[in-house]
Structure formats: structure tokens, C-alpha cells
Design a protein around this ligand. Structure first.
Ligand code: PLP
Length: 418
């Protein structure tokens, strides 16, 4: 009989979102009339920008003509999109990133997993705790970890705890690591790194020969003009970092699918024998072999994000979600909860009231306010005692959810925050 990849059996059975779905389903079955509001999974809710829709419609019409028809495109993406990205997202911010260093894909979720294809199996890996679960699970699937312990931490990974005590900015690892996943603005904590903090990471990576995998999926939500949007705004980052970006959250492409990965030329790794190899060539080869590109139509839609109309619409979308985040922050604080994040990111991270762990708070919020959120412990052991609410929803739902939370008195009068 065929053998399965046993690494999959190491994965914790109760993956966060299925477990949420299970509890919500059970609650809905017991209370069929309860008007649930979901502030849990980080999917966008507002419609696609008109500029993107118009560009995609025009692309579809062109595909119906002999002259405008496109078959397989370049695996790396069309040059016109890569050039628009290089100009607007990088060069305009002083980053020396060239179009050929940008690889278009159908998601930064898959890219942040697929990148492991070009990296050796013996790399020592550091992740923050809590963390976007995809970084950890893709390493488990690839056989780069041991088994999980009772707290859900996998053997072989270095966990860097991010809590209120360190302002949700990971400390530099105490033991040597080769691969470091960083995500700013952060999912789930909503924290963002300053230039000085990122510089520390870049200096550390260069000094130790480590590679930073920098996930900037939420960069568009940064409000403070002093904060860096890209790791390449940091001196030396071209020598030690790969960056992932996405059109999912800024332009509402979660269902349309378009993203990008930046692999700078001259960024090197080594063979087991110690010979230097350029990562760009390996990623180019990987994509050419295993990927056939994002559809022409979707790439035209993504290109429209950079038109004047597209830029205005994306700005308005981000402002809309950030106003939701401000409402959530304000109302939770008024309800007596300690809140973090939500100022440079679409996620608000709250401390659960004393006596309630993350899942107990989930159940209470569901039962008393009919609001679905995400337990912090699902993102890692150090997320225990925290909870994530997402700003991706309609204004009416956010306001209604906050009104219910205010009425539900989730903070026991005697308790305060833990
Ligand atoms: N990176 C982070 C940190 C995310 O939170 C998400 C989605 O929630 C993604 C990547 C996925 O992005 P994409 O839709 O481009 O696959």
C-alpha cells in the first residue's frame, strides 16, 4: 500500500479554524436564531475596487479576440505588473528592488510555505509565539520539526515569545538559527516594528548568516509615516531577506488571488559543502517547474491597483477597515478590556479578563454576545490569555458587535485584566 507523508500526522489535530468552526456550528445548532457576527478569520468583506473590476472585464473581453488572447504567461508574472510593483511599492520608498526580483504568485500563504523547497532540511528555524500558523505547519509537513509537546510547540523549532512584556516584538534568538520568520504588521497581535527594531534583526541576520522571511501582507495598513513598509527599507536587508506581499488585504483579492515574493539578486545561501548559491536562481527554477503563473486577467486586475483610481480606492478600503479597528479598540477599552494592536494593522489583540483563558473567553463571547473571535492560544502557547478580533467586517456589524460586548459585561466586576 502507498506510504503517506508521516509528517502530516504530527500536525495538531485541532487546527485553530476548524475548531472554531466546530464550536460555532454546535452553538448555532443549539441556538438557531442567534444572530452571529464573525470577527474571527481575517477575510476581507468589502467589494473589489472598481478599477480592478474594470481592468479584469477589459482583460476578459480582450481574451475573446485573436489579438488579445493570452495562453500560458511567464511563470514569474507579466513584466508590466512586476514593473508597476517595483516602482510603486519599492522604488518610491527608496528600496532598490528591480522588477526581475519580483515573482508574482497566487498567494503569500503558498509562497511562505513553498519557499521551503529551496532551503535545506537542516536549517534551524525561529518563529514567533504566537505566530501565523502556516509558517509552523508548513515546516511540520516538510519534516523539519519533531513532535508537538502538550502546549503544541514542535521539537526542533526555536520559539520567540511575543507578549505585552516585550511590546509584541520578538527578542533576538539566544541560540543560533538559520531561518527567521517575521511578520509586520503582525498577524495576530497587530504589532508593528520600527525601523530601529527591524535594523536589529537585519544586523543579527547578517552577522549570523541567517535568512529572514519577512511577511508584509498587511503593510498597507500602516498609518504612521515613520514606520517601514518593507524590510528593504532597512540597510543591509537585500543581503539577508526575502519578502512576501499580497493583494489580498489591501485590494480585497482574498478570493481573486494575487501576491508576490521578492528575492533580491545576490542574496546567497550555501550548499551542504559550503559553496555559495544565489537564492534567486533556485526560486526562479522552482517557480518555472512547479507553477504556471497567475491568470492574465487577475494580473491585469492587480495592475489596476497602481492606477490613480485604484490607489484612491485601496486607500479608502484601508481607511474603512482602520476605522473599524479604531471603533473596536475604543469600545473594548470602554468595556474594561486591555487592548493592543489595531493602530497599524487590521487586528485588535486583547488580554482576556482574569480567570478566563483564550478558549473560555471565546465561548463566553459566543454565548453572551453571539460574536465569533479567535483565541490567542490557537496561534501559539504564548498567545494563551489573549484574543484576536478582526476589523474586516461591515461598519454595521462592527458597531453591533461592540454594542453587544458592552451589554454583555465580559469583564467580571471583581476581576480586572489578568
Ligand atoms: N500572511 C499572513 C500573515 C496572513 O495573515 C495571511 C492571510 O490571512 C496571508 C499571508 C495569506 O495571504 P494570501 O491571501 O496572499 O495567501
Amino acid at each position: 500500500m502507498v506510504q503517506v507523508n508521516g509528517n502530516y500526522l504530527k500536525l495538531k489535530a485541532g487546527y485553530l479554524f476548524p475548531e472554531i468552526a466546530r464550536r460555532v456550528k454546535a452553538f448555532a445548532a443549539a441556538h438557531p436564531d442567534a444572530p452571529l457576527i464573525r470577527l474571527g478569520i481575517g477575510d476581507v468583506t468589502e467589494p473589489l475596487p472598481a478599477a480592478c473590476r474594470e481592468a479584469m472585464k477589459a482583460a476578459i473581453d480582450a481574451m475573446g479576440t485573436a489579438e488579445g488572447f493570452y495562453g500560458y504567461g511567464p511563470e514569474q508574472g507579466y513584466l508590466w505588473l512586476r514593473e508597476a510593483i517595483a516602482r510603486h511599492d519599492f522604488q518610491a520608498r527608496g528600496c532598490a528592488i528591480d522588477a526581475e526580483e519580483i515573482f508574482i504568485s497566487d498567494g503569500s500563504k503558498c509562497d511562505s510555505s513553498n519557499i521551503l523547497d529551496i532551503l535545506g532540511p537542516d536549517n534551524r528555524i525561529a518563529v514567533t509565539d504566537p505566530v501565523y500558523p502556516v509558517y509552523v505547519d508548513s515546516n511540520v509537513m516538510a519534516g523539519r520539526t519533531g513532535e508537538a509537546d502538550a502546549s503544541g510547540r514542535y521539537g526542533g523549532l526555536t520559539y520567540l515569545p511575543i507578549t505585552a512584556d516585550n511590546g509584541f516584538i520578538a527578542p533576538l534568538p539566544e541560540q543560533p538559527v538559520d531561518l527567521i520568520y517575521l511578520c509586520f504588521p503582525n498577524n495576530p497581535t497587530g504589532a508593528v516594528a520600527t525601523r530601529a527594531q527591524l535594523q536589529q534583526w537585519v544586523d543579527h541576520a547578517r552577522a549570523t548568516g541567517a535568512l529572514i522571511l519577512f511577511d508584509a501582507a498587511y503593510e498597507a495598513f500602516i498609518q504612521d509615516p515613520e514606520l517601514p513598509h518593507s524590510i528593504y527599507e532597512i540597510e543591509g536587508a537585500r543581503d539577508c531577506a526575502i519578502e512576501f506581499r499580497s493583494f489580498s488585504k489591501n485590494a480585497g483579492f482574498t478570493g481573486t488571488r494575487c501576491a508576490l515574493t521578492v528575492v533580491p539578486r545576490g542574496l546567497m545561501g550555501t550548499t551542504a559543502a559550503g559553496e555559495a548559491v544565489e537564492l534567486w536562481g533556485l526560486w526562479n527554477r522552482r517557480q518555472s517547474t512547479k507553477f504556471n503563473g497567475v491568470s492574465y486577467i487577475v494580473q491585469r486586475g492587480a495592475e489596476a491597483v497602481y492606477s490613480a483610481a485604484g490607489q484612491a480606492e485601496v486607500k479608502a478600503l484601508v481607511a474603512f477597515y482602520m476605522e473599524n479597528a479604531a471603533i473596536i479598540r475604543r469600545e473594548l477599552a470602554a468595556a474594561g478590556l486591555q487592548v493592543y494592536g489595531g493602530e497599524q494593522a487590521p487586528y485588535v489583540w486583547l488580554k482576556t479578563p482574569a480567570g478566563l483563558d483564550s478558549w473560555a473567553f471565546f465561548d463566553r463571547l459566543l454565548e453572551e454576545a453571539n460574536v465569533v473571535g479567535t483565541p490567542g492560544s490557537g496561534f501559539g502557547a504564548a498567545g494563551e490569555g489573549y484574543f484576536r478580533l478582526s476589523a474586516f467586517n461591515s461598519r454595521a456589524n462592527v458597531e453591533e458587535a461592540m454594542a453587544r460586548i458592552a451589554r454583555a459585561s465580559l469583564v467580571p466586576a471583581s476581576a480586572g485584566v489578568a
